[in-house]
Design a protein around this ligand. Sequence first.
Ligand code: C2E
Ligand code: CA
Ligand code: CA
Length: 752
Amino acid sequence: MPPSSTPLDRAKDDHDNLEFLEEHPASLDADGMPGVWRVMIIDDDEDVHSTTTFALGNLDMQNRPLEFVHAYSAAQARELLRTEPDIAVILLDVVMEQDDAGLHLVRYIRETLKLADVRIILRTGQPGYAPEIDAIRDFDINDYKTKSELTRIKLYTTVTSAIRSYEQIRAISSSRRGLDQIVRASTELMSLHGVQNFAAGVLTQAAEILQMPANGVLVVQEDAAAHKELSIMATAGAARRLGNGRLTAREDVQIHAIITRTLAQRRNIYEQHVVSLYFAGKSARDFVACLTLTRSLSDIDRRLLDVFAANVSVGLDNVELVSHLHNAAFYDQLSKLPNRTRLVEILDATLAGPARDDTTLSLVDLDHFAETNDALGHQFGDTLLVAVAARLQACLGKQLTVARIGGDIFAVLGEADAVNPARILAQFETPFSIEGQDVRLSATLGLVRLGEHDGSGADALKDADIALKRAKTQQRAGHFYFSRSMGVEIRERVRLMHALRTGFASGELFVVYQPQIDLATRRPVGAEALLRWRMADGTFISPDRFIPIAEYSGLIIDIGEWVLRSACQEVVRLREAGHRDFTMSVNVSQVQFRHPFFLDMLQAALHDTKAPPEFIELEITESMAMEEPDLLIRMLAQVKHTGVSIAIDDFGTGFSSLSYLQRLQVDRLKIDRAFVTEITGSARGSSIAEMVIQLGRNLGLSIVAEGVEDERQAQILRSLGCPLAQGFLFARPMPAPALYEWLSADALNRVA
Ligand code: C2E
Ligand code: CA
Ligand code: CA
């Protein structure tokens, strides 16, 4: 008789008692586990069931009795295991329906049911039926005993240690689950934008960790030291009744009390039905999340919540920081309006949305704001800008976006009907009252209809800017709508500008020379240096196209200097070749002329090339001569001081007065080609060319007629008293070597 038979009889006595235990409902304890340890006995021998329950009947661990679940076959065990929760220990007979039915069951428990926590003790009647050591390891079998080994004491200690190990495993896996949850919660929380969303997320995630429905409130205390009021940032579940304003004792005495206590003690407080989590925020802002519990918390729960709260504090700081950075990155700090970056985002969204066709963007540029700012001070200027922001926002309607995209440039975006020049400009009719002072402002608008726009939000803003520039050059206090052709034109110009920059650097520019002749003798007296650009692919770009781009981009400074130096060198070479009375005319653009170092540049070019200044002539246009007369007069006096002479190009197209011309001290007038072209026999005597010639003679100036294309024009000009001419009739502009050839051929002609 094996010793295991001994307890069998006694177990029978206690059978009722055991039955009674089984009928206990599996109530949950503080760890979320039943208030009992559930032990499952799987054995086809009924006696084993009774001896076991008898042996373990009065076992009580940590005030928790055992509760038995009985299965009499492997099949029945499978059924029960699917439905019975929280089995801590299985006492399993190896040999049942089949010799290895128990081992198959183990595989089923671990692999199919994925019950990893349950501890399994294998028992076998015969010592020979020991399972392979592999099976014990692979299926995490706690213990293996022959039934004969399992005396009452032995069984007692085996089950006790199995329960303890089950408890530990549960604790570990539940905290692992909790930690996983915290990590997931933190990542999820970080992806929420804004403190409000984050706060709501904290409540949900804390409840998730506890596997309870979320029911609670998260509050912030703005200045903990000053005991400021509590503002509700988020609520969940039944706590939603607290609203989203202040939290005082009037809303909920208990919640208010525990939160106040949490803030005072600066730590988490755990109570029977409520937990209050403390999150220390930076800059004297503290947060508390208060959750109502549906069960009391275990140690593991508390530890998890502590870790969670610490994590969240870091997160809240980050979110605040991120919100702050977000705010600084997307909003203008002075006016609190969206800034350029934010406007581009809004534009992108609008362009992608259904409202696109009916939306207009307008830039609003305050006229002469810089002067106001300088005159009245920056403080005043700031106040003025805030006033403009406020008026635009208040008066144009809430549906519109008003942004500040630059110092004195605002943007208005919205429905085309609302964003129209009349309405916007009307906002500037009444003066702004700043510090008791009435300030009148006007504005210039650049508008883009988004429906006609293809491209990004940033492109739309650029287009509006182009329209604004156009509006500014055309009239102050006006407006201009961007049109597609403007965009194409601008983009083409930008493309050309880049090409010109690289083209100039790689030697695609060269200078050609067009001779000027004496109409009486038909002998050359000089030449005009003209710039040419042949791109790498052989195409020529006309100077009428690229000179304005060079001027606009500032490239003309370097290019112009290079042309001047080339012309000076050529004069020197021509003189060496015997052409000693040869004057070289060089075109100088207004941009060059206004450059602060123009005079230095001119002097250096003359000095370096050793060109005699009296054979160098600078051509400036008449339109240029008309701007800023005083400055020009002073400037020309200095230029003349170097010894070079001055010609006024395209003369007749402007409206220079006689007296002004005298003050400019110019040497020569160039009759514009247009007036040369219109010279016909019949119009003789009343032509502009004739008037210019008369004027020049009266002032003692030299005259050159340009664009002379036929002999008749030459004859008439000569008879009108024009001494010099330039044009295709005599020679086309040509590169230096061709000029030399032309000059020597001309010399041969004259000899002949
Ligand atoms: P511009 O100063 O009025 O130059 C005279 C233009 O008339 C030149 O055009 C020349 O080739 C052209 N021309 C000369 N004779 C005749 C003719 O008989 N018939 C016709 N139809 N045209 C004639 P181009 O070379 O195309 O230059 C155009 C403009 O580009 C110049 O007008 C000048 O304003 C500017 N430019 C050329 N080179 C330079 C330069 O080096 N610097 C600056 N700032 N501007 C330059
Ligand atoms: Ca010229
Ligand atoms: Ca000209």
